[in-house]
Design a protein around this ligand. Structure first.
Ligand SMILES: [Zn+2]
Length: 326
C-alpha cells in the first residue's frame, strides 16, 4: 500500500510540474507577442517618418534642379548628363534592396559601383546603343558618331575584345577617349552559361567588368542583360539576379526600339526604317543595334539624320538616366 501511495504522489507531482511548465510557456509567448506588437508599431512609425522625409528630400532636390543648382551632390559631375539638363526632370531611383543573405553576396567584393540617388529623364532624346562589339565595324561607327557630333553607348562582350587583340583594346580606349559610355554586356555571349545561376552570371560579369577596367580605367556602372532583362533563359534566377546587381549598384537598360539587324533578312534599308519607326513617338528612345552587323553600321548616318529631322537630340546613357526596361 505504502509503495502505491508514493507512486501516486510522484505521478501527481509530475503532472503539477507539467502544468507549471505549460503555464510558464504560455505566459512567455504572451509577453513575446506583446513585445513584437510594440516593435512592429515602432517600425511602422519610423517607416512613415522616413517616407515623409524622403518625399521632402525629393522635393528639395527638384527645387534645386529647377533653380539651376544641378543634380544632387551624390552624383559626381562626370556621371551626370553630359550636356546640361534643363529639359529633364529628376526622379528618385528605386530604394536600395534589402535582400536575404545569400553566399554569392560575398563573391567579388570589389564588384560594386555607386548608384545614383536620383534619375534624370531627358526630353526628346535618342540613346544609340551598340551591343556585342567591338568588331571590325566599330571603327566606322566611331567615325560616323564623331562626324555627327553624337555620343553613344557600347555594351561590350569580353570575347569580342579578345578576338581583336590589341585592336579591340584600342577601340575600347577610343570609345572612352571620345566620350562614349562603355557598359557591360557579358564576357562570353552564351545564354545557358551566363544564366546557369546567379554565381555563374557574377563570374561572367566580373570578367567583362575587369577587362574593361584594366584596358580603359572605366568602372562600368551600367549594363545590358544578354537577351534583355526578360528572356527565356533567366526565368528561374531573374528576380534574384536583378536584386543582386541592384544591391551592387549596377543599373541595367533594355530598349524600346531596335534596328532588328540580327534578322537574317535585314538590309541597310530595313535597319534604318525599323530604327526610326519602332518607338513611335516615344519621348525617350533607347535604340538597340549591334556593331557586329554591317547593316546598322551603314544605316547609322541616316538614322541620326532622320531622328534629328524629327526634333530629337542624342545622348549617351549614364547611370543617372532613368532606365527603360522591357
Ligand atoms: Zn547580345
Amino acid at each position: 500500500m505504502k509503495r502505491g501511495a508514493a507512486k501516486t504522489a510522484l505521478r501527481l507531482a509530475a503532472y503539477a510540474a507539467l502544468i507549471c511548465a505549460l503555464l510558464f510557456s504560455l505566459a512567455l509567448s504572451h509577453r513575446q507577442s506583446e513585445a513584437n506588437r510594440s516593435l512592429r508599431a515602432r517600425v511602422d512609425a519610423l517607416s512613415e517618418l522616413l517616407a515623409g522625409r524622403q518625399a521632402e528630400i525629393v522635393e528639395l532636390k527638384e527645387r534645386l534642379a529647377a533653380n539651376g543648382g544641378g543634380p544632387s551632390e551624390a552624383l559626381s559631375p562626370a556621371e551626370t548628363a553630359p550636356d546640361g539638363g534643363e529639359d529633364g526632370v529628376w526622379e528618385p531611383a528605386p530604394p536600395k534592396l534589402w535582400t536575404e543573405y545569400r553566399a554569392y553576396q560575398d563573391l567579388y567584393p570589389s564588384l560594386s559601383v555607386r548608384r545614383p540617388e536620383m534619375w534624370f529623364s531627358r526630353n526628346k532624346t535618342v540613346y544609340l546603343t551598340f551591343d556585342d562589339g567591338p568588331t571590325v565595324h566599330t571603327a566606322r561607327v566611331l567615325d560616323t558618331l564623331k562626324e555627327k557630333g553624337v555620343k553613344a553607348t557600347f555594351f561590350i562582350v569580353g570575347t569580342s575584345v579578345r578576338r581583336l587583340g590589341e585592336e579591340g583594346e584600342a577601340l575600347l580606349r577610343r570609345m572612352a577617349d571620345e566620350g562614349h559610355t562603355i557598359g557591360v554586356h557579358c564576357d562570353v555571349h552564351d545564354y545557358k552559361r551566363v544564366y546557369a545561376s546567379v554565381e555563374a552570371f557574377l563570374e561572367d560579369f566580373n570578367a567583362a567588368f575587369t577587362l574593361i577596367r584594366d584596358i580603359t580605367g572605366v568602372r562600368s556602372d551600367i549594363f545590358r542583360f544578354p537577351g534583355g532583362s526578360v528572356n527565356a533563359y533567366n526565368v528561374k534566377i531573374r528576380a534574384a539576379l536583378i536584386g543582386e546587381m541592384t544591391r551592387r549598384g549596377f543599373t541595367h537598360y533594355d530598349w524600346n526600339a531596335s534596328s532588328n539587324d540580327t534578322s537574317g533578312r535585314a538590309t541597310e534599308d530595313s535597319a534604318w526604317s525599323n530604327a526610326v519607326s519602332r518607338a513611335g513617338n516615344a519621348n525617350r528612345v533607347i535604340l538597340l543595334m549591334h556593331d557586329t552587323k554591317a547593316v546598322s553600321v551603314r544605316a547609322l548616318s541616316r538614322i541620326i539624320d532622320t531622328y534629328e529631322e524629327k526634333g530629337y537630340g542624342f545622348a549617351r546613357l549614364t547611370n543617372a538616366d532613368k532606365p527603360i526596361v522591357l
